[in-house]
Ligand binder design. Structure first.
Ligand SMILES: Cc1cc2nc3c(=O)[nH]c(=O)nc-3n(C[C@H](O)[C@H](O)[C@H](O)COP(=O)(O)OP(=O)(O)OC[C@H]3O[C@@H](n4cnc5c(N)ncnc54)[C@H](O)[C@@H]3O)c2cc1C
Length: 494
């Protein structure tokens, strides 16, 4: 049987894998590496889909917190088309239809955003500084006077929390939810979000980055599903479904947290119990976008960027809507999409397209009137939780996740001490501050490549580049450091 030998094996070709490869080559001068990817192309969770003559994003869509976001710099460099996304441009709806400019739903959103959120930011920051235990965001909200007891209130809270983190407040860490918001939107220096509308897909950021590596095609094995990974103190061996065996001095595993949680790939020896505990305790959230394409001449929708709907009976029931057929987006496309998260998303992913379409249209008809909304010509959505290559969409830090578990999640394995490590773990899920985001994946790829290069080239002595990449990936977030940076806990609009 043929065994392919390489210095560094990168398991998975999403943002993390490509960023690691780019850094190995361009920062550390390591040319002997391979990426093994199960899909037909690089990109991972950055995937587009063709609807009529238009391309829409099934996965990542926004560049978030433009300030020091490296994805923003890559998008500019490669000319990937994106535009300002204005989260203040919302039409509010309840079961009664349009809720007006100053109805109960709009007032609930303002109260959460302007009164409650600044308070919880300060309170979570104080808890962290005093070394107090974490709570659920639900508990933190209650302690700051927010009980979410009406459909309008739970929808406001959904819009400002679930829609970003993919899970409800009861499942989310109080301190880490606030930290995550601050890291991406406040610390970056510019809280603006841009939405990618490039018809060649957001994935161009990843494909063009990969193309900067000379002979990249010879360094990537596509359509190869890894089934097992074995590691010792001197090498890592991976085998694929098709029977390929690849042996490397070092490897970086970038599979999603969901993949690790489902044991889709066997590791031998078994991963250490501290890592298994961390894998089990982290949350893989679900964020499912559901698309319909109508005939453009049937256009019945408002040209406002977002529509927020407060269902009277069920929290999170088709609350978020985005028309793409509006000026500046994809005019003439006839495309409208809704987003579901958490249990609602999982429920939808287990229904047939027809069942989901029925629900989708029933809600749209509440918004715009029974006779105004025709059958779409196309209806589709991805089923992320059921895809064995992802098993969810992105991580959310749950209440009860500790900093030690965050460290254990990414700790390399193999051998008995730090000079013998052979297998590293990196991905959006290993980012302490930017978990869930594409920029977290990018930074983790670079940081893991630095550590691998240090071990391969310098007997595991840390180089200046690795320290910089690690700092950029926010490795040095200890308590005293946080305490000194009061800005961490003050949102930009206060
Ligand atoms: C619906 C959705 C919306 C999102 N929205 C945003 C957003 O707006 N902004 C933002 O910044 N981020 C967003 N994200 C998050 C962002 O997409 C991820 O953080 C990022 O793409 C993760 O990159 P990664 O390389 O760590 O993981 P992945 O992209 O998952 O890469 C891992 C790779 O491993 C491969 N793989 C898995 N199992 C195997 C196997 N057994 N053998 C071989 N290969 C395997 C997979 O195919 C995949 O290509 C969103 C994600 C989703 C899904």
């Amino acid at each position: 049987q043929q065994v392919i030998e390489t210095d560094v094996l990168i398991l998975g070709g999403g943002m993390t894998g490509v960023s690691a490869a780019h850094s190995l080559y361009h920062t550390h001068g390591i040319e002997d590496f391979l990426i093994v990817e199960a899909r037909h192309e690089l990109g991972g969770r950055v995937q587009d889909h063709q609807l009529g003559n238009y391309s829409v994003e099934f996965g990542a869509n926004w560049i978030q917190g433009l300030g020091d976001n490296p994805i923003w710099k890559l998008a500019e460099k490669y000319g990937v088309k994106n535009r300002y996304s204005d989260w203040k441009k919302i039409d509010y709806f309840t079961e009664r239809g349009w809720d007006g400019e100053d109805g109960p739903l709009s007032r609930a959103v303002d109260r959460y955003e302007e009164e409650v959120y600044p308070q919880i930011v300060a309170d979570a920051g104080r808890r962290k500084e005093l070394g107090m235990s974490d709570l659920s965001l639900r508990a933190g909200l209650r302690m700051n006077g927010w009980t979410a007891s009406t459909p309008e209130e739970w929808t406001a809270e959904y819009f400002l929390h679930d829609w970003e983190s993919g899970e409800p407040p009861v499942q989310s860490s109080y301190i880490k939810s606030v930290e995550s918001y601050n890291s991406t939107f406040v610390e970056s220096g510019n809280a603006t979000n841009n939405i990618v509308i490039d018809q060649a897909g957001y994935k161009q950021v990843i494909l063009r980055h990969a193309a900067e590596i000379p002979n990249i095609n010879q360094k990537v094995h596509l359509n190869e599903v890894i089934t097992s990974v074995s590691y010792t103190n001197s090498s890592v061996t991976a085998t694929t479904k098709s029977g390929l065996t690849i042996r490397a001095k070092k490897a970086i595993c970038t599979f999603s947290l969901g993949v690790l949680q489902h044991s889709d790939v066997t590791f031998s020896p078994q991963l250490p119990s501290s890592k298994l505990e961390a894998i089990a305790n982290f949350h893989m959230a679900t964020y499912t976008k559901i698309f319909a394409r109508f005939r453009p001449e049937d256009k019945f929708w408002n040209e406002t960027e977002f529509w927020l709907y407060a269902d009277p009976d069920e929290r999170g029931y088709y609350p978020m809507w985005q028309p793409l057929d509006i000026p500046g987006f994809l005019p003439g496309s006839g495309i409208v999409f809704a987003t579901l998260t958490g249990q609602q998303a999982i429920r939808a992913e287990h229904q047939s397209d027809e069942e989901v379409k029925r629900e989708f249209l029933a809600v749209l008809r509440r918004l715009y009137g029974e006779d105004k909304v025709p059958e779409p010509v196309e209806f589709t959505f991805p089923r992320w939780t059921r895809d064995p290559l992802f098993r969810g969409t992105f991580t959310n830090c749950g209440a009860g996740v500790t900093t030690e578990q965050q460290e254990a999640l990414k700790a390399p394995v193999g051998g008995d001490h730090d000079r013998e490590r052979t297998l590293w773990f990196a991905g959006e899920h290993t980012s302490r501050k930017h978990f869930g985001y594409l920029h977290g994946a990018f930074r983790e790829g670079r940081s893991s490549a630095g550590e691998v290069a240090d071990c391969l080239l310098r007997g595991c002595q840390q180089s200046e580049e690795t320290l910089i990449a690690k700092r950029d990936a926010e490795e040095f977030m200890d308590l005293s450091h946080l305490g000194k940076r009061k800005r961490m806990y003050v949102p930009d609009y206060v």
